[in-house]
Design a binder for this molecule. Sequence first.
Ligand code: PLP
Length: 372
Amino acid sequence: MHDFTPVNEPLLIGNEKKYLEECIDTGWISSEGPFVKKFENEFAKTVNRNYGISVCNGSVALDVAIATLGIGPGDEVIIPTFTIISCAAAIIRAGAVPVLIDSDKDTWNMDVEQIEAKLTKRTKAIMAVHIYGLPVDMNPVMQIAKKYNLFIIEDSAEAIGQTYYSKPCGSFGDISIFSFYPNKHVTTGEGGMVVTNNKILAENSKSLRNLCFQPKQRFLHEELGWNYRLSNLHAAVGLAQVEQLDKSIIRKHEIGNRYLNNLKNLSSVQLPRLKTDYAKNVFWVFGIVLVDNKYPDAASVIKLLRTKNVGTRPFFWPMHEQPVFHKMGLFQNESHPNAENIARNGFYIPSGLAITNEQIDIVSDILLELFD
Ligand SMILES: *Cc1c(COP(=O)(O)O)cnc(C)c1O
């Protein structure tokens, strides 16, 4: 049997080690070190933003974004039901209410045609989350936001280096966020960033990430913040990763295209789309959804693949089916059939940046055999 192929392995072959050594040699390891600003500037540039505010992960970047926009009790925020829990958690912890939208069958992103019907007088923002490699169809989202005077919060964690009609993902929100978890296209181990062009939002975010210390009298607080700072060690890795980003995106396209080509005769599954009118798939992950398959659900295929040494992950589980939210009295009788279907029948296969073509071909052969 072949060696285990992990679902994700990051690639750290640039200046990561050199920059980390610099941190250790100089003693600069905290968030006060010079790599933090360098990383913020270089990363913000890749998405045409004036301000980048690094934080210690992508989930807290969402907390900062929500707090910075002043969203709180009495407010509603539109989000996809098919996403990571961080999106809903940030809204709920701020005392506001997430309003859920079903997925588009084809792209697995929020079905933007369903947004307008969900707006109320309390709606303050639309959180657009780019899912799995294709961006949300942003033009309709921006039109709705403009018409009803809503903020756009853009969760671009999975879309580093992706574009929408040639404009970078992460440049569409009033405020946009990123994660640098090891499966993201730029990784710092753990890390995240808030980006914006708005100076006030940038300054608010900076203050919130740093306990709202005040410049004049440091330990006197007008507002309640958090310590969400990113260390110089993390930023050193991040800077080296940004230097590799163009290459990483080329490789992600290669990985996805190779799988699509290998698996094109696979029957009774839905494969990711290669492209839409507005974007080429960047294949953050390579998802597969069972369609009238001989296997009852994704969980059974995941188990089988594990016995064949192939690492996988199940798809997100929709927010309206989360016990934790039902206990809070949220989303109790909601149904979003497309999200329910992909959650039960979807999983993704190894596609991290360190994967080799040989590994892709081995995983493909195993899949072809399983589904034959
Ligand atoms: C990874 C991810 C996050 C959270 O990032 P962490 O750094 O893991 O906290 C948020 N949103 C989306 C869409 C993600 O994929």
